[in-house]
Ligand binder design. Structure first.
Ligand SMILES: Cc1cc2nc3c(=O)[nH]c(=O)nc-3n(C[C@H](O)[C@H](O)[C@H](O)COP(=O)(O)OP(=O)(O)OC[C@H]3O[C@@H](n4cnc5c(N)ncnc54)[C@H](O)[C@@H]3O)c2cc1C
Length: 115
């Protein structure tokens, strides 16, 4: 991130970073949010896969519409059954390798594109 910041904004390259923030993200297999109703009147919207800033606003409106009686067919997200993610044990070990793998791919593309 720091290197990317310096590349995009070289004019702030010498200014030290004072604060950092990190956290875990909930990822779904198809990278789209899931809406669940595990019991009547209990709703859960989750799994924004790292892109939730905009999508949570849509999900919030969806949750309130459902609670106010909107039919499931009118909602922008389908109500899904709560099921285990296939191969979750393996996938959860592989996902942390995705970011370094993408960084390597970016570096390779930078080299081959001469950027
Ligand atoms: C490192 C990182 C980078 C990200 N980058 C991006 C990005 O660039 N673009 C993007 O679109 N999305 C990004 N996201 C994802 C985005 O932040 C989330 O998808 C989004 O914030 C989820 O919104 P939410 O309202 O569902 O949950 P949250 O934002 O997590 O809100 C839940 C709130 O509930 C509170 N809470 C929890 N339990 C209780 C309790 N028992 N009682 C009262 N309050 C409680 C929490 O304190 C929190 O304030 C990033 C996430 C991370 C971790």
């Amino acid at each position: 991130m720091k290197q990317g910041l310096k590349t995009v904004f070289p004019q702030i390259a010498d200014i030290p970073v004072e604060r950092k923030w990190a956290g875990r993200i909930a990822v779904t297999p198809e990278m789209m949010p899931h809406l669940y109703e595990p019991a009547p009147g209990i709703l859960a919207g989750l799994g924004y896969s790292g892109r939730g800033i905009a999508m949570t606003s849509v999900m919030g409106r969806t949750l309130s519409a459902k609670l106010l009686g909107a039919p499931a067919a009118d909602l922008p997200f389908p109500i899904l059954p709560v099921t285990p993610i296939p191969f979750h044990g393996i996938a959860s070990r592989l996902i942390p390798m995705a970011a370094p793998a993408m960084t390597l791919r970016d570096r390779f593309e930078s080299l081959t594109n001469g950027i």
